[in-house]
Design a protein around this ligand. Structure first.
Ligand SMILES: [Zn+2]
Length: 210
């Protein structure tokens, strides 16, 4: 079989590095771009570059933001004392689409996974504890809703966070600081990012004290 020109091959290889794109889809996308007007390709490339240049991590929740603090954290209508902890920024989008959550988020940046060499220090857990510490100095109950995926790593991370909150805040946990875990609806091994809206809403409503 004749080899493809290297410039096409490189585009195919780039697409193959994207999540969920196999060799066949990668080739199809490359040939689509080859056949499409140059103006579209230029605009497409530019939108990706602009996104990379303008999006940063929110200083408070580590979700995506165009300013120092994201739109959710700076929304006065959101309950700052209810913090939903998720693995990835994409999970925030999933919960927002499902609707019904009036609190704010905290993006961990992954889960504890010794096989992948991801330890607690690689996640934003310390920042979460500091966030709770600040809230604690003000009046009112704080709820930490742990919404990591119901996988082995997600559960282990949830327990680790609970443990850290207990260590730092002792007897306040269970009284001023409520720790809950999203509940039934999400099957074991499921992924928050891919769960449908109704399932996510149910999981949030069915959260139980951890
Ligand atoms: Zn934020």
């Amino acid at each position: 079989m004749a080899e493809l020109p290297s410039s096409i091959r490189k585009v195919i290889e780039s697409f193959e590095r994207l999540p969920g794109v196999g060799p066949k889809s990668a080739a199809r996308l490359a040939f689509y771009l080859l056949a499409t007007p140059k103006s579209f390709v230029e605009e497409f490339a530019q939108t990706i570059l602009t996104m990379k240049a303008t999006i940063k991590k929110c200083r408070q929740c580590f979700g995506v933001a165009e300013a120092e603090v994201c739109d959710i954290c700076s929304d006065p209508k959101r309950n700052q004392r209810q913090i939903c902890i998720v693995e990835r920024a994409l999970d925030v989008i999933a919960f927002e689409r499902a609707g019904g959550f009036g609190g704010v988020y905290h993006v961990l940046g992954g889960v504890i996974n010794p096989l992948d060499h991801v330890g607690p220090e690689d996640l934003t857990i310390e920042a979460l504890l500091n966030r709770v510490e600040k809230l604690r100095q003000l009046e009112g109950v704080i709820e930490v809703v742990i919404a990591t995926n119901p996988t082995m790593e997600g559960e282990a991370t949830a327990l680790y966070i609970k443990d850290q909150l207990n260590r730092r805040f002792g007897e306040l946990v269970g009284k001023v600081i409520k720790i809950t875990r999203i509940g039934s609806g999400l099957p074991m091994g499921a992924d928050v990012e891919y769960a449908d809206q109704a399932t996510l809403s149910r999981a949030l409503e069915g959260r139980r004290e951890l």
